[in-house]
Design a binder for this molecule. Structure first.
Ligand code: ADP
Ligand code: MG
Length: 409
Protein backbone atom coordinates (compact mmCIF):
# COMPACT_ATOMS: atom_id res chain seq x y z
CA UNK A 1 0.00 0.00 0.00
CA UNK A 2 1.82 3.04 -1.18
CA UNK A 3 -0.67 5.84 -0.63
CA UNK A 4 -4.07 6.18 0.88
CA UNK A 5 -4.98 8.51 -1.92
CA UNK A 6 -4.53 5.81 -4.54
CA UNK A 7 -6.88 3.53 -2.61
CA UNK A 8 -9.61 6.04 -2.10
CA UNK A 9 -10.10 8.31 -5.01
CA UNK A 10 -8.95 11.87 -4.50
CA UNK A 11 -12.58 12.97 -4.67
CA UNK A 12 -13.60 10.71 -1.82
CA UNK A 13 -10.63 11.90 0.21
CA UNK A 14 -11.72 15.52 -0.14
CA UNK A 15 -15.35 14.69 0.76
CA UNK A 16 -14.14 13.09 4.00
CA UNK A 17 -11.79 15.96 4.75
CA UNK A 18 -14.51 18.57 4.17
CA UNK A 19 -16.79 16.58 6.46
CA UNK A 20 -14.05 16.62 9.08
CA UNK A 21 -13.57 20.36 8.62
CA UNK A 22 -17.33 20.78 9.03
CA UNK A 23 -17.21 18.85 12.32
CA UNK A 24 -14.23 20.88 13.52
CA UNK A 25 -16.01 24.15 12.67
CA UNK A 26 -19.10 22.95 14.54
CA UNK A 27 -16.87 22.24 17.54
CA UNK A 28 -15.50 25.76 17.30
CA UNK A 29 -18.78 27.68 17.09
CA UNK A 30 -21.77 25.60 18.18
CA UNK A 31 -22.39 25.82 21.91
CA UNK A 32 -18.72 26.30 22.52
CA UNK A 33 -18.44 27.85 26.05
CA UNK A 34 -15.36 29.84 24.96
CA UNK A 35 -16.82 31.12 21.68
CA UNK A 36 -16.92 34.93 21.63
CA UNK A 37 -14.80 35.21 24.76
CA UNK A 38 -11.32 36.61 24.55
CA UNK A 39 -9.74 33.34 25.64
CA UNK A 40 -6.16 32.42 24.67
CA UNK A 41 -7.02 28.69 24.73
CA UNK A 42 -9.78 29.27 22.20
CA UNK A 43 -7.36 31.06 19.87
CA UNK A 44 -5.03 28.05 20.09
CA UNK A 45 -7.99 25.79 19.28
CA UNK A 46 -8.78 27.96 16.27
CA UNK A 47 -5.15 28.08 15.12
CA UNK A 48 -4.45 24.33 15.40
CA UNK A 49 -7.79 23.41 13.83
CA UNK A 50 -6.92 25.68 10.92
CA UNK A 51 -3.39 24.26 10.54
CA UNK A 52 -4.60 20.64 10.86
CA UNK A 53 -7.27 21.24 8.21
CA UNK A 54 -4.77 22.97 5.92
CA UNK A 55 -2.31 20.07 6.19
CA UNK A 56 -5.07 17.58 5.37
CA UNK A 57 -6.12 19.67 2.40
CA UNK A 58 -2.64 19.94 0.89
CA UNK A 59 -1.71 16.31 1.64
CA UNK A 60 -2.75 14.91 -1.78
CA UNK A 61 -0.35 17.33 -3.47
CA UNK A 62 2.73 16.27 -1.51
CA UNK A 63 1.78 12.89 -0.02
CA UNK A 64 5.20 11.78 1.09
CA UNK A 65 7.73 13.09 3.59
CA UNK A 66 7.27 15.99 5.94
CA UNK A 67 3.53 16.52 5.33
CA UNK A 68 2.65 13.27 7.13
CA UNK A 69 4.65 14.35 10.15
CA UNK A 70 2.99 17.78 10.03
CA UNK A 71 -0.47 16.19 10.02
CA UNK A 72 0.38 14.10 13.10
CA UNK A 73 2.01 17.06 14.87
CA UNK A 74 -0.98 19.33 14.16
CA UNK A 75 -3.44 16.66 15.28
CA UNK A 76 -1.42 16.20 18.48
CA UNK A 77 -1.39 19.94 19.20
CA UNK A 78 -5.11 20.23 18.43
CA UNK A 79 -6.22 17.22 20.49
CA UNK A 80 -4.14 18.19 23.52
CA UNK A 81 -5.47 21.75 23.29
CA UNK A 82 -9.03 20.38 23.23
CA UNK A 83 -8.28 18.21 26.25
CA UNK A 84 -6.78 21.09 28.23
CA UNK A 85 -9.23 23.88 27.44
CA UNK A 86 -12.46 21.86 27.53
CA UNK A 87 -12.09 19.69 30.65
CA UNK A 88 -15.86 19.26 30.81
CA UNK A 89 -15.87 17.43 27.44
CA UNK A 90 -14.63 14.11 28.82
CA UNK A 91 -14.38 12.35 25.45
CA UNK A 92 -11.46 14.50 24.25
CA UNK A 93 -9.15 12.08 26.05
CA UNK A 94 -10.12 9.43 23.49
CA UNK A 95 -8.79 11.64 20.72
CA UNK A 96 -5.45 11.73 22.52
CA UNK A 97 -5.36 7.96 23.01
CA UNK A 98 -5.80 7.39 19.31
CA UNK A 99 -3.30 9.91 17.90
CA UNK A 100 -0.92 7.09 16.74
CA UNK A 101 -3.67 5.61 14.57
CA UNK A 102 -3.22 8.53 12.15
CA UNK A 103 0.07 7.08 10.94
CA UNK A 104 -1.62 3.71 10.41
CA UNK A 105 -3.53 5.39 7.58
CA UNK A 106 -0.21 6.32 5.97
CA UNK A 107 1.42 2.95 6.75
CA UNK A 108 4.47 4.81 7.85
CA UNK A 109 6.36 2.68 10.39
CA UNK A 110 8.75 5.38 11.59
CA UNK A 111 5.96 7.86 12.08
CA UNK A 112 3.86 5.28 13.93
CA UNK A 113 6.53 4.33 16.44
CA UNK A 114 7.54 7.95 16.93
CA UNK A 115 3.97 9.10 17.56
CA UNK A 116 3.21 6.10 19.82
CA UNK A 117 6.29 6.83 21.90
CA UNK A 118 5.97 10.62 22.01
CA UNK A 119 2.25 10.43 22.76
CA UNK A 120 2.90 8.31 25.84
CA UNK A 121 5.47 10.78 27.11
CA UNK A 122 3.06 13.64 26.45
CA UNK A 123 0.24 11.91 28.34
CA UNK A 124 2.46 11.35 31.38
CA UNK A 125 3.72 14.95 31.15
CA UNK A 126 0.12 16.22 30.92
CA UNK A 127 -0.95 14.25 33.99
CA UNK A 128 2.06 15.59 35.95
CA UNK A 129 1.22 19.11 34.78
CA UNK A 130 -2.41 18.76 35.91
CA UNK A 131 -1.43 17.32 39.31
CA UNK A 132 1.23 19.99 39.93
CA UNK A 133 -1.15 22.80 39.03
CA UNK A 134 -4.00 21.43 41.13
CA UNK A 135 -6.25 21.01 38.11
CA UNK A 136 -7.14 17.37 38.63
CA UNK A 137 -10.55 18.27 40.03
CA UNK A 138 -11.45 19.62 36.58
CA UNK A 139 -11.22 16.07 35.21
CA UNK A 140 -13.50 14.02 37.45
CA UNK A 141 -13.80 11.34 34.78
CA UNK A 142 -10.08 10.75 34.84
CA UNK A 143 -9.27 11.31 38.50
CA UNK A 144 -12.15 9.43 40.10
CA UNK A 145 -10.75 6.13 38.83
CA UNK A 146 -7.02 6.58 38.14
CA UNK A 147 -6.20 2.85 37.99
CA UNK A 148 -9.08 2.15 35.60
CA UNK A 149 -7.92 5.02 33.38
CA UNK A 150 -4.31 3.83 33.35
CA UNK A 151 -5.43 0.32 32.40
CA UNK A 152 -7.66 1.70 29.65
CA UNK A 153 -4.83 3.86 28.37
CA UNK A 154 -2.27 1.03 28.34
CA UNK A 155 -4.88 -1.29 26.80
CA UNK A 156 -5.67 1.21 24.06
CA UNK A 157 -1.97 1.60 23.19
CA UNK A 158 -1.44 -2.17 23.04
CA UNK A 159 -4.57 -2.46 20.92
CA UNK A 160 -3.31 0.24 18.55
CA UNK A 161 0.05 -1.48 18.36
CA UNK A 162 -1.61 -4.78 17.39
CA UNK A 163 -3.74 -3.14 14.74
CA UNK A 164 -0.64 -1.55 13.27
CA UNK A 165 1.49 -4.66 13.52
CA UNK A 166 -0.99 -6.99 11.83
CA UNK A 167 -2.06 -4.50 9.22
CA UNK A 168 1.49 -3.64 8.28
CA UNK A 169 2.40 -7.35 8.20
CA UNK A 170 -0.42 -8.03 5.81
CA UNK A 171 0.39 -5.00 3.69
CA UNK A 172 4.05 -6.00 3.46
CA UNK A 173 3.03 -9.48 2.29
CA UNK A 174 0.66 -8.00 -0.24
CA UNK A 175 3.35 -5.66 -1.47
CA UNK A 176 5.78 -8.56 -1.83
CA UNK A 177 3.21 -10.58 -3.71
CA UNK A 178 2.50 -7.62 -5.97
CA UNK A 179 6.23 -7.18 -6.65
CA UNK A 180 6.57 -10.88 -7.48
CA UNK A 181 3.62 -10.78 -9.84
CA UNK A 182 5.11 -7.69 -11.49
CA UNK A 183 8.48 -9.37 -11.75
CA UNK A 184 7.16 -12.58 -13.29
CA UNK A 185 5.03 -10.53 -15.64
CA UNK A 186 8.17 -8.70 -16.75
CA UNK A 187 10.02 -11.99 -17.16
CA UNK A 188 7.19 -13.30 -19.28
CA UNK A 189 7.38 -10.27 -21.55
CA UNK A 190 11.15 -10.64 -21.75
CA UNK A 191 10.80 -14.30 -22.64
CA UNK A 192 8.30 -13.61 -25.38
CA UNK A 193 10.45 -10.85 -26.79
CA UNK A 194 13.51 -13.03 -26.58
CA UNK A 195 11.77 -15.83 -28.42
CA UNK A 196 10.91 -13.45 -31.23
CA UNK A 197 14.36 -11.87 -31.41
CA UNK A 198 16.27 -15.13 -30.97
CA UNK A 199 14.84 -16.57 -34.13
CA UNK A 200 16.02 -13.58 -36.12
CA UNK A 201 19.47 -13.55 -34.60
CA UNK A 202 20.21 -17.25 -34.68
CA UNK A 203 20.27 -17.50 -38.47
CA UNK A 204 22.84 -14.80 -39.20
CA UNK A 205 24.94 -16.17 -36.33
CA UNK A 206 24.93 -19.64 -37.83
CA UNK A 207 25.99 -18.23 -41.18
CA UNK A 208 28.87 -16.25 -39.67
CA UNK A 209 29.96 -19.22 -37.56
CA UNK A 210 29.86 -21.51 -40.59
CA UNK A 211 32.09 -19.20 -42.59
CA UNK A 212 34.53 -18.85 -39.72
CA UNK A 213 34.76 -22.63 -39.44
CA UNK A 214 35.43 -22.81 -43.16
CA UNK A 215 38.20 -20.21 -42.89
CA UNK A 216 39.67 -22.19 -40.02
CA UNK A 217 40.12 -25.18 -42.30
CA UNK A 218 41.24 -23.13 -45.28
CA UNK A 219 44.93 -23.98 -45.85
CA UNK A 220 45.51 -20.98 -48.12
CA UNK A 221 44.85 -18.57 -45.27
CA UNK A 222 47.66 -17.04 -43.29
CA UNK A 223 48.24 -18.82 -39.92
CA UNK A 224 48.50 -15.58 -37.97
CA UNK A 225 45.04 -14.61 -39.17
CA UNK A 226 43.63 -17.99 -38.24
CA UNK A 227 44.91 -17.68 -34.69
CA UNK A 228 41.99 -15.61 -33.52
CA UNK A 229 39.32 -17.69 -35.30
CA UNK A 230 38.73 -20.20 -32.44
CA UNK A 231 38.23 -17.23 -30.14
CA UNK A 232 35.66 -15.73 -32.50
CA UNK A 233 33.86 -19.06 -32.84
CA UNK A 234 33.87 -19.41 -29.07
CA UNK A 235 32.25 -16.01 -28.75
CA UNK A 236 29.60 -16.95 -31.29
CA UNK A 237 28.93 -20.09 -29.26
CA UNK A 238 28.47 -17.87 -26.23
CA UNK A 239 26.09 -15.64 -28.16
CA UNK A 240 24.06 -18.70 -29.12
CA UNK A 241 24.02 -19.75 -25.51
CA UNK A 242 22.81 -16.32 -24.43
CA UNK A 243 19.93 -16.65 -26.86
CA UNK A 244 19.05 -20.08 -25.52
CA UNK A 245 19.34 -18.73 -22.01
CA UNK A 246 17.00 -15.90 -22.83
CA UNK A 247 14.55 -18.40 -24.23
CA UNK A 248 14.85 -20.47 -21.09
CA UNK A 249 13.81 -17.45 -19.03
CA UNK A 250 10.26 -18.08 -20.10
CA UNK A 251 10.56 -21.86 -20.14
CA UNK A 252 13.18 -22.83 -17.57
CA UNK A 253 14.68 -26.26 -18.17
CA UNK A 254 17.26 -28.25 -16.31
CA UNK A 255 18.22 -30.43 -19.23
CA UNK A 256 21.63 -28.98 -19.85
CA UNK A 257 24.64 -31.11 -19.15
CA UNK A 258 26.66 -30.31 -16.11
CA UNK A 259 30.22 -31.31 -15.45
CA UNK A 260 32.91 -30.81 -12.91
CA UNK A 261 34.44 -27.49 -13.92
CA UNK A 262 37.85 -26.32 -12.82
CA UNK A 263 37.30 -22.78 -11.62
CA UNK A 264 40.89 -21.77 -12.24
CA UNK A 265 40.70 -22.75 -15.88
CA UNK A 266 37.28 -21.19 -16.36
CA UNK A 267 38.38 -17.87 -14.89
CA UNK A 268 41.65 -17.81 -16.79
CA UNK A 269 39.91 -18.46 -20.07
CA UNK A 270 37.45 -15.62 -19.41
CA UNK A 271 40.29 -13.29 -18.35
CA UNK A 272 42.20 -14.15 -21.50
CA UNK A 273 39.15 -13.66 -23.66
CA UNK A 274 38.34 -10.27 -22.18
CA UNK A 275 41.91 -9.04 -21.89
CA UNK A 276 41.71 -7.46 -25.33
CA UNK A 277 38.34 -5.90 -24.49
CA UNK A 278 39.94 -4.31 -21.43
CA UNK A 279 42.94 -3.09 -23.37
CA UNK A 280 40.68 -0.74 -25.33
CA UNK A 281 40.37 1.32 -22.18
CA UNK A 282 43.80 0.46 -20.73
CA UNK A 283 42.20 -1.77 -18.12
CA UNK A 284 44.14 -4.62 -16.61
CA UNK A 285 42.63 -7.89 -15.50
CA UNK A 286 44.36 -9.59 -12.58
CA UNK A 287 43.55 -13.12 -11.51
CA UNK A 288 44.24 -14.59 -8.08
CA UNK A 289 42.73 -18.05 -7.95
CA UNK A 290 43.20 -20.92 -5.52
CA UNK A 291 44.01 -24.02 -7.55
CA UNK A 292 42.00 -27.22 -7.26
CA UNK A 293 38.48 -25.78 -6.87
CA UNK A 294 35.72 -27.48 -8.80
CA UNK A 295 32.03 -26.86 -9.16
CA UNK A 296 29.34 -28.90 -10.83
CA UNK A 297 27.87 -26.68 -13.49
CA UNK A 298 27.20 -26.32 -17.17
CA UNK A 299 30.49 -25.04 -18.56
CA UNK A 300 28.95 -22.62 -21.02
CA UNK A 301 26.68 -21.15 -18.40
CA UNK A 302 29.56 -20.55 -16.02
CA UNK A 303 31.43 -18.92 -18.89
CA UNK A 304 28.43 -16.77 -19.69
CA UNK A 305 28.08 -15.76 -16.06
CA UNK A 306 31.72 -14.80 -15.70
CA UNK A 307 31.85 -12.98 -19.03
CA UNK A 308 28.82 -10.90 -18.07
CA UNK A 309 30.18 -9.94 -14.67
CA UNK A 310 33.73 -9.21 -15.86
CA UNK A 311 32.47 -7.29 -18.88
CA UNK A 312 30.34 -5.12 -16.61
CA UNK A 313 33.39 -4.54 -14.43
CA UNK A 314 35.47 -3.49 -17.44
CA UNK A 315 32.71 -1.24 -18.71
CA UNK A 316 32.41 0.41 -15.30
CA UNK A 317 36.16 0.96 -14.98
CA UNK A 318 37.87 4.24 -15.63
CA UNK A 319 40.87 4.39 -17.96
CA UNK A 320 43.78 2.51 -16.46
CA UNK A 321 41.62 0.80 -13.81
CA UNK A 322 42.27 -2.74 -12.68
CA UNK A 323 39.79 -5.58 -12.44
CA UNK A 324 40.66 -8.21 -9.89
CA UNK A 325 39.16 -11.68 -10.13
CA UNK A 326 39.64 -13.94 -7.13
CA UNK A 327 38.39 -17.39 -6.25
CA UNK A 328 38.81 -19.36 -3.08
CA UNK A 329 37.25 -22.13 -1.07
CA UNK A 330 35.32 -20.93 1.94
CA UNK A 331 35.15 -22.77 5.25
CA UNK A 332 31.54 -23.81 4.61
CA UNK A 333 32.65 -25.80 1.55
CA UNK A 334 31.53 -23.16 -0.84
CA UNK A 335 33.54 -21.56 -3.55
CA UNK A 336 33.54 -17.82 -3.72
CA UNK A 337 34.40 -15.97 -6.89
CA UNK A 338 34.87 -12.23 -6.56
CA UNK A 339 35.08 -9.69 -9.34
CA UNK A 340 36.32 -6.41 -7.97
CA UNK A 341 36.54 -3.17 -9.91
CA UNK A 342 37.43 0.36 -8.90
CA UNK A 343 35.11 1.91 -11.44
CA UNK A 344 32.08 4.18 -11.36
CA UNK A 345 30.16 2.15 -8.78
CA UNK A 346 26.43 2.38 -8.18
CA UNK A 347 24.16 4.39 -5.93
CA UNK A 348 21.70 2.63 -3.62
CA UNK A 349 18.88 3.39 -6.02
CA UNK A 350 20.78 1.92 -8.96
CA UNK A 351 21.48 -1.18 -6.89
CA UNK A 352 17.78 -1.75 -6.29
CA UNK A 353 17.18 -1.66 -10.05
CA UNK A 354 19.97 -4.12 -10.76
CA UNK A 355 18.65 -7.27 -12.40
CA UNK A 356 15.51 -5.63 -13.71
CA UNK A 357 15.07 -6.62 -17.35
CA UNK A 358 16.37 -3.96 -19.73
CA UNK A 359 17.73 -1.81 -16.93
CA UNK A 360 20.93 -0.37 -18.34
CA UNK A 361 22.80 2.89 -18.00
CA UNK A 362 24.89 2.22 -21.08
CA UNK A 363 24.11 3.66 -24.48
CA UNK A 364 24.62 0.26 -26.09
CA UNK A 365 23.58 -1.85 -23.11
CA UNK A 366 20.92 -4.55 -23.22
CA UNK A 367 20.18 -4.59 -19.52
CA UNK A 368 19.90 -8.37 -19.57
CA UNK A 369 23.35 -9.38 -18.30
CA UNK A 370 22.67 -9.17 -14.58
CA UNK A 371 19.33 -10.92 -14.93
CA UNK A 372 20.93 -13.77 -16.83
CA UNK A 373 23.65 -14.01 -14.17
CA UNK A 374 21.02 -14.13 -11.41
CA UNK A 375 19.25 -16.93 -13.25
CA UNK A 376 22.36 -19.02 -13.71
CA UNK A 377 23.40 -18.59 -10.10
CA UNK A 378 19.94 -19.53 -8.87
CA UNK A 379 19.85 -22.60 -11.09
CA UNK A 380 22.97 -24.02 -9.41
CA UNK A 381 21.98 -23.11 -5.85
CA UNK A 382 24.50 -20.33 -5.69
CA UNK A 383 24.27 -16.74 -4.59
CA UNK A 384 25.36 -13.46 -6.10
CA UNK A 385 25.86 -10.29 -4.08
CA UNK A 386 26.75 -6.81 -5.23
CA UNK A 387 28.52 -4.35 -3.00
CA UNK A 388 29.02 -0.96 -4.50
CA UNK A 389 29.90 2.59 -3.64
CA UNK A 390 29.30 5.40 -6.09
CA UNK A 391 32.57 6.54 -7.68
CA UNK A 392 34.59 3.98 -5.69
CA UNK A 393 33.87 0.66 -7.34
CA UNK A 394 31.94 -2.55 -7.16
CA UNK A 395 32.54 -6.01 -5.79
CA UNK A 396 30.49 -8.87 -7.12
CA UNK A 397 30.67 -11.96 -4.91
CA UNK A 398 29.42 -15.19 -6.43
CA UNK A 399 29.15 -18.32 -4.28
CA UNK A 400 28.61 -21.87 -5.44
CA UNK A 401 28.55 -25.13 -3.52
CA UNK A 402 31.90 -26.79 -4.15
CA UNK A 403 31.82 -30.08 -5.97
CA UNK A 404 32.48 -32.30 -2.95
CA UNK A 405 29.25 -31.08 -1.30
CA UNK A 406 27.19 -31.95 -4.34
CA UNK A 407 28.70 -35.42 -4.45
CA UNK A 408 28.03 -36.08 -0.82
CA UNK A 409 24.41 -34.97 -1.26
P1 ADP B 1 24.23 -3.88 -19.58
O1 ADP B 1 25.65 -4.29 -19.26
O2 ADP B 1 23.82 -4.29 -20.94
O3 ADP B 1 23.96 -2.46 -19.29
P2 ADP B 1 23.61 -5.49 -17.31
O4 ADP B 1 22.38 -6.20 -16.87
O5 ADP B 1 24.84 -6.31 -17.47
O6 ADP B 1 23.27 -4.72 -18.63
O7 ADP B 1 23.92 -4.35 -16.27
C1 ADP B 1 22.90 -3.45 -15.92
C2 ADP B 1 23.45 -2.17 -15.33
O8 ADP B 1 24.02 -2.45 -14.05
C3 ADP B 1 24.59 -1.56 -16.11
O9 ADP B 1 24.11 -0.73 -17.14
C4 ADP B 1 25.34 -0.78 -15.07
O10 ADP B 1 24.75 0.48 -14.89
C5 ADP B 1 25.08 -1.57 -13.78
N1 ADP B 1 26.27 -2.37 -13.43
C6 ADP B 1 26.45 -3.69 -13.54
N2 ADP B 1 27.66 -4.07 -13.08
C7 ADP B 1 28.28 -2.95 -12.66
C8 ADP B 1 29.56 -2.66 -12.09
N3 ADP B 1 30.48 -3.61 -11.87
N4 ADP B 1 29.84 -1.36 -11.77
C9 ADP B 1 28.92 -0.40 -11.98
N5 ADP B 1 27.71 -0.59 -12.52
C10 ADP B 1 27.38 -1.85 -12.87
MG1 MG C 1 26.40 -6.16 -18.98
Amino acid sequence: MKEIITKFSTKKYYIIIYLLIGIMTTGLVVKNPLYGEDNIGYYFHLLFAFLFASCLLIYPKYKKGIIRWLIVIMATLLFYTLFLIYPETGSTILLIYFIPTISIIFFDKKLFYASLFINQILIVATVIFLVNNGKTSLYPNVTSDPIGNIVTFVGSQVFIYFIFHFTSDRITKMQLYYEQVKHSERLKTTGELAAAVAHEIRNPLTVVKGYLQLYEQDKTLDESMKKSLPLLIDELDSAEQVISQLLSLSRPTMDQNTESVDIERAINSVAELLQSYGILNENKIEVVVEAGSYIEINKMELHQLLVNVVKNAIEASKAGGTILITAKKLKNEKIEIKVIDDGVGMSEEQMTLLGTPFYSLKTKGTGLGVMICNNIVKKYNGSIKYESLKDCGTTVAICFPSKSILHRG
